[in-house]
Design a protein around this ligand. Structure first.
Ligand code: ZN
Length: 626
């Protein structure tokens, strides 16, 4: 309630706002024509027509990109910017306080201007998310936020964009945008809000495959895959069956869908940036070229599409209120990413098991890998889990050196463990009658339909959990977000009938991770992460290697007097169990060589989950297909 004097003032303001808004300019309808015919050269040419009024026009290049959790709009790759009115060039200047803001002087008598701009896509590594490499000789992904500007003063929901696209000869495409006309490689899309345009990437390429994931059901879902070779598209049928199961199992988990039709926009290329980015009616996921035809690579990416698909519910439909901004210039606040990303990771992993994309053992190996890395994390002592979420807009793109001390984006993985714990508490509190699935129905379920955003706060999450099972959820989450350990939150693993243990055997997942990424994970033994040429990616602070003086950026050139190789290094760890002598490393550091003696005798150590027979196997029940 508002006290009476303020109520009168409020009502006067309300009337004034009504009067002002009835005279406010209608949001302009903008066209953007994108020429992607030079995609293999990694340059995209856009031409926009923007209705204007005379005076200074302020335009923004999208800066805070939904799902990227930071000011990552690739302004450094905007080039060739020119404005004209009736064919005459117009003056423009970049804002002195914000590099994503452009001011254009519009003369009297002008009602529309043309803007031309190029997006120069990074060639090779560099740039993150949609600002990373997006094109090869054979394919491209178009993220509309990279190829347009929008006028200040309007919400992205209110601005209407009519987009068209010209592709290289012979390239096919897929997108959740509605196509109105197509003539060869020239495609015209139906008008949509700027919000939906930025939310609807287009994938295109010479080697292109569409895989239907629903047979007759509504709403439909399909994969639109572009690859750098025809061979990369030729996965065995059971691979696609897993993703058909995913669509079914996810529908059962939530009880409703918040899209009209869904597109997995999926890139198979070694030359585009690798990530997954969620959208309401699609996801833009990019992995190695041979991922779908190589079982090892498939295992490594088994959680990617499941995660991104869950985001249609958690992140797009339901979104933290302070992440749901009205345009791309306003900063986002990331404090609730433990729900947005953390719960998405948990549910994505659960669905990878329910759909058969991961076997139960592969699912457990993935949980063990997460648990071990977080259970041996010195950075926890100074930085709590909440801060890993709060800090992300400023800290994205941090290098992997010193990661164990800096901490990574731990609200993804650590919240897999926390939400598993929540799932087991719900089951305990309700004598097995309810689970996280009931929370999903309440929070993300009916009625379903076309994309919309329903925001939430910390209190909304706590209240919905209490609707499922009465418990001190506020206390649970406050403790889990702010504690400093020691160790990871392993209560969910334990309550679901399993234990985290270490032995000398690498799991299938550990072997695949080290083999594919050409690295050696000795984090849980000597305390080193190495490239397979011996260069040190990270040391675990407090570990034997760190205590001996080894640090990131150094390079091990010899182990116990013999030239470094992966086998020589592993043999030395193993042999150290039988001797009191330290392991001797000759290490190069900024052109100097030194010998480090490491007093370690524990052999190789790799994490696994093993059954605790004193408790029921709830973990297997959690990932059983519904
Ligand atoms: Zn995510």
């Amino acid at each position: 309630m508002v006290p009476s004097r303020q109520r009168v003032v409020a009502s006067i303001i309300g009337i004034l706002l009504l009067v002002v808004s009835s005279f406010a300019a209608a949001a302009p309808k903008i066209t953007v024509a994108l020429d992607a015919t030079e995609a293999p050269r990694k340059i995209f040419h856009a031409r926009m027509t923007i209705p204007v009024t005379p005076g200074t026009l302020t335009l923004y290049y999208p800066k805070w990109i939904p799902g990227e959790h930071g000011p990552t709009g690739p302004i450094q790759d905007l080039a060739g910017l020119r404005f004209t009115a009736n064919g005459q060039p117009l003056q423009w200047r970049r804002d002195l306080l914000d590099g994503w803001t452009i001011h254009v002087e519009v003369p009297k008598g002008i009602s529309s201007i043309d803007a031309t701009l190029d997006f120069i896509s990074p060639a090779g590594p560099g740039g993150i998310y949609t600002g990373g490499a997006n094109a090869t000789d054979k394919m491209a992904v178009i993220s509309w936020n990279t190829v347009l500007l929008y006028p200040a003063g309007f919400s992205s929901d209110d601005l209407t964009y009519t987009a068209s696209l010209r592709l290289p000869a012979g390239w096919k495409f897929g997108t959740s945008l509605q196509v109105t006309t197509q003539s060869g490689e020239q495609i015209q899309f139906a008008p949509v809000s700027l919000t939906m345009l930025v939310d609807s990437p287009v994938i295109s390429g010479q080697y292109f495959r569409t895989v239907p994931l629903t047979s007759g059901q509504t709403p439909p879902a399909e994969m639109n895959i572009a690859a750098d070779s025809a061979a990369a598209l030729d996965a065995p049928p059971e691979v696609w069956d897993g993703y058909k199961n995913l669509v079914t199992q996810t529908g059962i988990l939530f009880g409703a869908r918040h899209y009209r039709d869904y597109h997995f926009v999926f890139s198979l290329s070694d030359h585009v940036a690798h990530f997954g980015l969620e959208h309401h009616e699609s996801n833009d996921s990019r992995v190695d070229e041979r991922t779908m035809i190589d079982p090892e690579k498939r295992l490594l990416e088994a959680g990617l599409l499941t995660h991104e698909y869950v985001h249609s519910w958690n992140g797009k439909y339901r979104r933290p209120a302070d992440l749901a901004t009205s345009d791309y210039e306003k900063p986002m606040q990331t404090d609730l990413l433990w729900v947005y990303e953390g719960l998405t990771s948990y549910l994505g992993d659960v669905l990878s098991g329910r759909s058969g994309i991961r076997t139960p053992e592969q699912f457990r190996d993935s949980v063990a890998a997460i648990a071990a890395s977080l259970d041996n994390l010195p950075g926890r002592s100074w930085r709590n889990l909440q801060d890993t979420a709060d800090g992300v807009p400023a800290m994205q793109g941090a290098p992997s050196s010193w990661e164990s001390w800096r901490r990574d984006l731990d609200y993804y993985d650590e919240d897999v463990l926390n939400w598993l714990w929540v799932d087991t508490i719900i089951r305990q509190q309700t004598q097995g009658k309810k689970s996280i699935d009931d929370f999903c129905h309440i929070f993300y379920g009916e009625p379903g339909g076309p994309p919309m955003v329903k925001t939430y706060t910390f209190d909304d999450v706590v209240n919905a959990l209490n609707q499922v099972a009465a418990y001190d959820w506020r206390g649970f989450w406050t403790e889990h977000l702010t504690n400093h350990g020691p160790g990871a939150p392993l209560g969910g693993i334990q309550a679901s009938g399993w234990k985290l243990v270490y032995d000398e055997n690498r799991s299938e997942l550990a072997k695949a991770t080290e083999g594919d990424r050409h690295y050696i994970n000795a984090s849980y033994s000597i305390g080193l992460e190495l490239h397979d040429d011996g260069s040190v990616i990270d040391t675990i602070e407090g570990s034997p290697a760190a205590k001996a003086g080894v640090g990131p950026g150094m390079k091990i050139v010899a182990v116990n007097g013999r030239h470094f190789s992966e086998d020589v290094f592993r043999d030395a760890l193993h042999a150290a169990k039988e001797t009191a002598n330290p392991i001797e490393l000759i290490v190069e550091n900024t052109e100097y060589y030194k010998t480090y003696k490491i007093d370690y005798h524990g052999g190789e150590r790799y994490p696994h989950l093993v059954r605790d027979e004193s408790k029921p196997d709830t973990l297997s029940e959690i990932i059983r297909a519904r």
